[in-house]
Design a protein around this ligand. Structure first.
Ligand code: NDP
Length: 472
């Protein structure tokens, strides 16, 4: 290498290092921004700029052998990514996230396999620490690929992936044995890195583990699983960083791994469930044999009467749920609140941590309608207010307001903290008919003497309520 070329390549290396450093700082600032609603947008922008820098820094790296493949990947990725980003509705966000994790993990696994394969082809021995990183990468990467795909299939209700937990006797033992065999292969590879058959067998077993880990999980536990898979994908990426000596991948993967893990713990807590119970408890199993039968009938109210009562209510709590997202009724909710407030009433919004179909779903919806963030109150904060509330307006929420979670031990959602809507002075429930919620169970709140049903699509009912209230 001549002096000039050497100097040039050193300069390129330095530029890459600096962009990696700045990108890492931006990722950390991005995560910090995401912890609060008012800084979340800025946080996303930091992270996006960080990612751009990371890509640019990598593109000028010396190890890049040709830009042709990268350009092809960019085109294919954009063709897949564009519709994923623009067309997928908010209600399908959990499965979209699951499929993104699958792609991320697939990339990490393929890098690991390619790295191993090229070492084997060149006859180079792989140092043990590198083998440990490679093994970890493909093990976690491969299990995340199939795990995320099964999670996607369950949430998307693909015909050949059952949404309900798939369980059989001794399942946890079988899963533990399969996992132990993968760990044994991993340890063997650290001792004998050139054992190619063992390497590929470990990849295959990891693929099986991913599917069998997620198949027994269902119901409301799916979001916890998805965030856990996010964490695994991050750990696999971090291990990739060690294997191919890329500091940015180590940092970004570790951030992803840690934040996914913390989110999983927070969500388990929000559902009052232990982590182990989520993973091995087969929550969401068929419920036909459980749950106490409910006596009584659901009583309807006319839109006119409901509007009259709301017009004179002093304290109103809106309880949004999945149906609000389906109906896309967030703008009309704000108009309804405006009508109450115009008459001197106070309106708050009760946010359950797992209302809707993804963490923060209700916050995002209501923010879209420019509803002030201070009016949104978390479950623990708002629950004491229900007994002094004149009207609780439940809009497309079901499981998160089901009192069975508090008192019916045979209910599949028993133990999940709920919004104490049944303690309000009167309750309006807006839903299309007698449809059940995500957990597939009856809700005694709808049969309560204080509850009145307003049937119909939430957006249509709310619009009629608003126009009636304008005339009161
Ligand atoms: P639910 O799924 O329990 O209930 C939604 C209700 O909305 C249904 O009873 C349905 O009744 C009604 N509905 C549907 N469409 C409309 C519409 N257009 N207009 C009016 N009503 C409508 O929702 P919740 O938010 O109460 O609970 C969320 C559930 O999802 C929990 O069990 C949670 O564990 C689970 N989950 C949460 C995730 C998260 O991260 N937030 C992710 C995955 C699952 P009808 O058909 O009669 O209209």
């Amino acid at each position: 290498m001549t002096g000039a070329t050497e100097g040039f390549s050193l300069a390129r290396e330095a530029v890459t290092l600096v962009t990696y450093l700045v990108a890492s700082v931006l990722f950390i600032l991005g995560l910090k921004g995401l912890t609060k609603a008012d800084t979340a947008r800025r946080g996303m922008q930091y992270a996006a700029v960080g990612m751009l820098l990371a890509i640019l820094g990598t593109l000028i790296k010396q190890e890049i052998v040709g830009y042709g493949w990268i350009a092809a990947g960019l085109v294919i990725g954009s063709i897949i990514g564009w519709p994923l980003g623009t067309q997928v509705p908010m209600t399908a966000m959990p499965q979209r996230v699951a499929i993104s994790h699958m792609f991320g993990a697939l990339a990490a696994t393929l890098v690991g396999v390619a790295e191993y394969h090229s070492h084997m082809l060149s006859g180079e021995t792989i140092a043990r620490p590198i083998m440990a990183a490679l093994g970890f990468e493909v093990l976690f990467g491969a299990l995340t690929v199939t795990g995320s795909f099964v999670a996607f299939g369950k949430l998307q209700e693909l015909k050949w992936v059952p949404g309900r937990p798939v369980t059989y006797k001794g399942q946890n033992l079988v899963n533990a044995l399969v996992f132990a065999s993968a760990v044994a292969m991993f340890l063997y590879l650290i001792w004998r890195p050139d054992a190619q058959t063992v390497f590929y067998a470990m990849v295959a077993v990891a693929l099986v583990i991913g599917a069998s880990l997620v198949l027994p999980i269902g119901g409301g536990d799916m979001p916890v699983v998805i965030s856990l898979l996010n964490s695994y994908a991050g750990l696999a990426a971090s291990a990739t960083g060690f294997a191919i000596d890329n500091s940015l991948l180590i940092i970004a993967g570790a951030l992803d791994g840690a934040s996914g893990f913390i989110l999983s713990i927070i969500m388990s807590k929000a559902m009052n469930r232990s982590f182990a119970n989520v993973l091995f408890g087969a929550f969401g199993a068929p419920v036909a044999q459980t749950g106490t039968a409910i006596q009584g009938e659901m009583k309807e109210i006319s839109v006119e009467d409901a509007a009259m009562q709301l017009a004179y209510a002093q304290r109103v709590i809106v309880v949004p749920g999945y149906g609000l997202a389906v109906a896309q009724a967030q703008q009309v909710v704000r108009e309804l609140a405006h009508e109450v407030e115009r008459r001197g009433g106070e309106v708050k919004y009760a946010i359950h941590p797992v209302a809707g179909r993804m963490p923060g779903h209700m916050n995002v919806l209501l923010a879209e309608a420019n509803i002030a963030y201070e009016k949104l109150q978390e479950m623990e904060e708002i629950n004491p207010d229900f007994p002094t509330t004149d009207v609780a307006v439940v809009i497309g929420a079901n499981d998160v307001v089901n009192p069975a979670a508090r008192k019916d031990k045979s209910s599949p959602i028993y133990g999940m903290p709920i919004l104490d809507v049944d303690r309000a002075k009167s309750i309006f429930v807006l839903k299309r008919g007698k449809g059940k919620g995500f957990a597939g169970i009856e809700n005694e709140l709808f049969f309560d003497d204080k509850t009145r049903m307003l049937y119909g699509d939430a957006k249509a009912t709310l619009s009629r309520l608003v126009s009636e209230m304008k005339q009161v």
